[in-house]
Design a protein around this ligand. Structure first.
Ligand code: NAP
Length: 320
């Protein structure tokens, strides 16, 4: 496993990060916890020391299961633990964005309790809250840092202007944006911003929610949140499957599988510190680790990028 320093923090993180969103029944259905916990242990054995979760994943379920596993295995300190807050789900089913000072302090206490730990290594704001002043967020963060409950702070799904607003009030160490062969918007502004200001980047949906894993066929039907997602059905889906067939051949030329090529493609970008992969079972993590070590030549990176860019354009145009 290879490791990188996350921005200007003192955190050395593996280039692969274990994503815990899969323990969200409302999005992914009932993912069995046993194989998931085995996958966390397998990740550790393979040198993956970075784990990403959020309080909102399964309304506390992902943090709770992680906390139990940390206790059982005594492995809390072997991980750099990143979690998030933003969605206030404490007052019923209608969750809403909340980055007020009082809520942040309460949300952090709740995450610490669920994770059964005394500190969070990276505490991230899940998204942009347009109605709370950045200085109020900064005041809460200063308190959490003073009390030793959080080591570093990060943001997710923000643009450069929003990051500027927060950076005037507290140290932002990282950005968590979506990035994959099928989601490249952040190459224009967010990634150059992170390079210029030395922010670490842990990108999510490296496999585009599994589509770039290369395991689906024309007969695959999705019974989770992806059933209604663009590119996961109809004529567009078939166009992406054809691109995957071609890419699989390219991957094989480098001794890689399709998901390894997709993750290696992301990691080749110098702005990316660590690629998060969403995991349900041990094979997901054991099947991907090779991506952290492989090399992709410049021409191949661009070749694969163009292949999927063209396929995506055609797939979106073909949507019924
Ligand atoms: N900050 C945010 O707003 C945000 C948003 C989304 C995600 N995230 C974070 O990023 C993580 C990853 O993102 P993601 O879940 O959207 O997508 P992802 O990593 O692109 O896709 C995950 C899915 O890919 C499939 N998969 C995993 N490993 C595989 C392998 N080795 N080979 C083939 N297929 C594989 C699995 O789906 P199947 O088993 O169904 O094939 C899995 O559920 C999340 O767990 C979460 O921690 C953050």
């Amino acid at each position: 496993m290879q490791y990188r320093r996350l921005g200007t923090t003192d955190l050395q993180v593996s280039r692969l990060c274990f994503g815990c969103w899969q323990l969200s029944p409302a999005w992914w259905g009932d993912v069995p916890v046993g194989p998931w916990a085995d996958a966390v242990k397998a990740a550790l054995d393979l040198g993956v020391n970075f784990i990403d979760t959020a309080d909102a994943y399964g309304d506390g379920l992902a943090e709770t299961e992680l906390g139990k596993l940390f206790q059982r295995e005594g492995c809390r300190d072997k991980f750099v633990v990143a979690t998030k807050f933003f969605w206030n789900f404490s007052s019923g089913p209608a969750r809403f964005p909340d980055t007020t000072r009082d809520y942040i302090l309460r949300a952090c206490e709740a995450s610490l309790r669920r994770l059964q730990t005394d500190h969070i290594d990276l505490y991230q704001i899940h998204a942009w809250d347009p109605i709370t002043r950045p200085d109020e967020v900064g005041a809460a963060f200063a308190q959490l840092k003073r009390e030793g409950k959080v080591r570093w702070f990060g943001v997710s799904n923000l643009n450069p202007e929003q990051m500027d607003l927060y950076r005037a009030h507290f140290e932002v160490s990282s950005l968590q944006p979506p990035y994959s062969l099928l989601a490249r918007d952040i190459e224009a502004r967010e990634l150059p911003y992170c390079l210029r200001h030395n922010l670490g980047v842990l990108n999510y949906s490296s496999l585009h929610r599994g589509l770039l894993g290369g395991r689906y066929t024309a007969d695959t039907k999705f019974d989770d949140h992806r059933a209604k997602a663009p590119l996961f059905s109809g004529a567009g889906f078939k166009i992406i499957l054809a691109a995957l067939d071609e890419a699989r051949g390219i991957a094989a030329g480098f001794g890689l599988t399709m998901p390894q090529l997709a993750v290696r493609w992301v990691l080749t970008n110098p702005a990316i510190t660590s690629a998060i992969v969403g995991v349900k079972k041990p094979e997901h993590i054991t099947g991907i680790v090779k991506a952290a070590e492989a090399r992709l030549p410049q021409d191949t990176w661009h070749h694969v990028a163009t292949l999927f860019k063209n396929a995506q354009t055609a797939a979106l145009a073909a949507r019924d």
